[in-house]
Design a protein around this ligand. Structure first.
Ligand code: A3P
Length: 298
């Protein structure tokens, strides 16, 4: 094996990295050595936490609210998903003009090492895992799979066991007071989008007139985002579908399963599953002396 990597062994062996062989070691090595730029903005999340929403907001704020370009160039190209399994977005990101807006779901421990010296801006978005998991499930149902629809109970138990959800959120929560990190939540975006747009705008060092902020808030409304073809995952879907067809893992479609609400788990999860998740979370809260509310409304 090559001796080039600095990625801790425990992460290379982590379920997250092994899952579906999505992140082969060569790819993780390249990501670890990735050229971070000081003027990058990174959007870092667990899946289904409002990543797309935040990417569109940040990209527009950084690009003089260029709605024409936002309409004409898909978000996947304006704000690429670094570790995207189906094509080489690492090279794509390398060639992208500054200021880049990079999306990643990688946990803190395997982010490019330069992130800690170049100190790009990072926006971390958290969400109640119950709703994020329900969102993943709804997305999964739209997968055109060769396999049957997964067993719901098992699907959620696997997420609890393998997603590393809190191992992803908590280290960023700890770092939230760094100047280059903004830690927000889906719940905050839902409860006062305008206030959050202003907060992100300020974090990015930008300033716009109130009428422009109001138009951006309208552009980012659920209705508009759901219908926004430029923010759908169409290209990603096509690429994944092509790449994984042979492997019998078929990709997701577009934004159609989006519901855009807080608390979707209350309708969609059995009391047994909610209890299972509560029990799992309790171990973190006891250890960290925190509550879910502390994290979602920090
Ligand atoms: P739901 O599936 O619960 O509806 P990601 O981009 O990280 O995959 O997150 C997708 C989730 O963000 C979906 O959640 C989607 O509805 C939600 N979302 C995207 N844009 C939104 C908006 N403008 N308002 C509310 N929720 C939004």
């Amino acid at each position: 094996p090559k001796n080039t990597t600095h990625i801790p062994q425990k992460w290379r062996n982590n379920e997250f990295c092994k899952r579906k062989k999505r992140y082969p070691p060569e790819k993780l090595d390249r990501i670890y050595e990735f050229n971070v730029r000081e003027d990058d903005t990174w959007i870092i999340t667990n899946p289904r936490c409002g990543t797309t929403w935040t990417q569109e907001m940040v990209w527009l704020l950084l690009n003089n609210l260029n709605y024409d370009k936002a309409r004409n160039v898909n978000l996947e190209e304006r704000s690429p998903y670094l570790e995207f399994p189906a094509c080489d977005n690492i090279e794509f990101c390398d060639k992208l003009a500054s200021p880049r807006v990079i999306k990643t779901h990688l946990p803190i421990q395997i982010l490019p090492k330069d992130i800690w010296t170049k100190k790009p801006k990072m926006v971390y978005v958290s969400r109640d895992p119950r709703d994020a998991f329900v969102s993943s499930y709804n997305q999964e149902l739209t997968f055109r799979k060769i396999y049957d629809v997964p067993d719901k109970n098992q699907f959620f138990r696997n997420l609890v066991k393998y997603s590393g959800y809190w191992e992803h959120v908590l280290p960023f929560f700890e770092q939230r007071n760094r100047e280059n990190i903004l830690f927000i939540s889906y719940e905050q975006l839902k409860s006062d989008l305008k206030a959050m747009v202003l907060k992100v705008c300020d974090f990015l060092g930008k300033s716009y007139e109130e009428k422009d902020i109001n138009s951006l808030v309208e552009h980012l409304s659920f209705r508009n985002m759901k219908d926004n073809n430029s923010c759908s995952h169409k290209r990603q879907s096509d690429l994944v579908r092509r790449k994984y067809y042979e492997m019998e893992v078929i990709a997701f479609t577009d934004n159609s399963p989006w519901k855009g609400i807080v608390g979707s788990h209350k309708e969609e999860l059995s009391s047994d599953l909610i209890e299972h998740i509560d029990h799992w979370e309790k171990s973190y809260w006891e250890k960290e002396k925190l509550t879910l509310k502390d994290i979602l409304f920090s």
